[in-house]
Design a protein around this ligand. Structure first.
Ligand SMILES: [Zn+2]
Length: 187
């Protein structure tokens, strides 16, 4: 989550240079929004059970975490919003799906709908990263969850010094420094 904000800022800055877009806060916000976009599915649980949006998107790590879904909608985004926004949106989401494949993410169904298997690399166990490559189907969801679930994971990873918190906060700090340099706040 923290690293997503940093990644969104860096992608937006790259997009500004690449597409010669003048700096605006809304462009930076768009980069952050794109990098966080798949996690909007966490909000579906606040909708009534029979709600059409909830039924189509599903729960967290549902449709918005399926790579092939985006290959279908990206052409429409590019057509409707243009190449610069389309590229930023695509890169933000691609980054998010790759990030969710590692460590804290609960894996991504990269081959959906042709396969229901999720891929997770170096997932944590009891608050420590493993070297394991997990590739499992829905029938094993419960076993994977009970084996690798970390209760209080926010505290375990974000409020202690560990490789995850160092890389997450480090990426955000680097992004903010690059942003400050770009705005000539420093140097
Ligand atoms: Zn996610």
């Amino acid at each position: 989550m923290v690293i997503d904000v940093g990644a969104g800022i860096l992608l937006a800055l790259w997009g500004m240079n690449h597409f010669a877009i003048p700096f605006t806060a809304s462009w930076i916000a768009l980069g952050i929004f794109a990098a966080l976009f798949p996690d909007l599915d966490t909000l579906t649980r606040f909708l009534p059970r029979g709600n059409i949006i909830r039924r189509v998107i599903g729960e967290h790590r549902g449709l918005l975490h399926r790579p092939l879904f985006y290959t279908i909608i990206f052409p429409f985004v590019f057509f409707a919003l243009g190449r610069a926004i389309g590229t930023l949106f695509a890169l933000g989401i691609l980054y998010h799906l790759i990030h969710d494949t590692f460590f804290l993410g609960w894996g991504i169904k990269w081959l959906w709908p042709f396969s229901q298997k999720s891929l997770s690399l170096f997932h944590d166990k009891d608050g420590r990263l493993t070297k394991e490559i997990l590739w499992w189907g829905p029938e094993e969801d419960e076993r994977i969850e009970s084996t690798y679930r970390t209760d209080h994971w926010v505290r375990a990873f974000y409020f202690t010094v560990n490789p995850i918190s160092i890389s997450e906060y480090g990426a955000l700090i680097i992004a903010l420094i690059v942003l400050a340099i770009h705005l000539h706040f420093i140097f």
